[in-house]
Ligand binder design. Structure first.
Ligand code: NI
Length: 227
């Protein structure tokens, strides 16, 4: 399921990211692409593992950990260190599927990519084009969000980014391995958790039916999760 979450980053946090990124050194985005995706990828990135990518990546990880909706929707087991990209002057990324396995640079850690994420760091009015187009089970979805918002989508999806014909589209992107590999099971858990939170706010966390539903949530998670 495709999920968008508003305001992962506040506007002042976005401004702090942009102050660093707008004066940074950018390299060819093919550096992290596989063979097929490399052939259709035209953009720029901050070098993987550079001090700036590490610093800003850690700030993204802090923001993710604070956002309950993100944790509930993704159930993260391993998060690949966030990267940063920029499209301008007609740059785009043709149709591809993200690599299934990513090795965290400089470590033996392998991350199976269950979910792909983009955090928008440019406001939609700053650029033309740059739409993230995702083909999922329910058809084609077009995503272009306010700065600070995040989209999560199954890494199994074919997707592309349309050419940026004015201005610049700056974003953070990364992948994660979820405790729950199956997208359908993960979606059920997210829906159940969202309903339990709504019921708990109306009837209290110790309402007997809220307690019973919380038990069902945890017993499903116990059944489906890898740790
Ligand atoms: Ni991709």
């Amino acid at each position: 399921m495709l999920i968008t979450i508003p305001e992962l980053l506040s506007k002042s946090e976005v401004a702090a990211f942009r102050a660093e990124l707008d004066k940074a050194q950018w390299i060819d985005g093919k550096a992290t692409a596989g063979e097929q995706s490399g052939a259709v990828k035209r953009n720029q990135q901050i070098a993987e593992g550079s001090p700036l990518a590490n610093k800003l990546g850690d700030m993204v990880l802090d923001a993710l950990a604070r956002k309950e909706t993100f944790v509930s929707a993704s159930l993260p087991l391993k998060i690949f260190p966030p990267l940063f990209n920029r499209y301008q002057g007609g740059e785009h990324f043709g149709t591809h599927v993200d690599n299934a396995i990513r090795i965290v640079p400089g470590t033996p850690v392998r991350v199976r990519t269950d979910l792909s994420m983009t955090i928008f760091l440019s406001e939609p009015e700053e650029y033309d084009g740059g739409v993230l187009v995702i083909e999922d089970n329910y058809g084609t979805q077009e995503v272009k969000l306010p700065a600070g918002d995040i989209v999560l989508y199954p890494s199994t999806s074919l997707h592309h980014v349309t050419p940026v014909t004015r201005g610049a589209r700056v974003a953070s992107f990364f992948w994660l391995q979820s405790m729950v590999r199956d997208d359908g099971e993960r979606t059920l858990l997210f829906d159940l958790d969202s309903s339990i939170r709504a019921l708990a706010s109306e009837y209290g966390t110790n309402d007997p039916e809220v307690v019973r539903l919380s038990g069902i949530y945890h017993n499903l998670l116990r059944r489906w999760a890898d740790t």
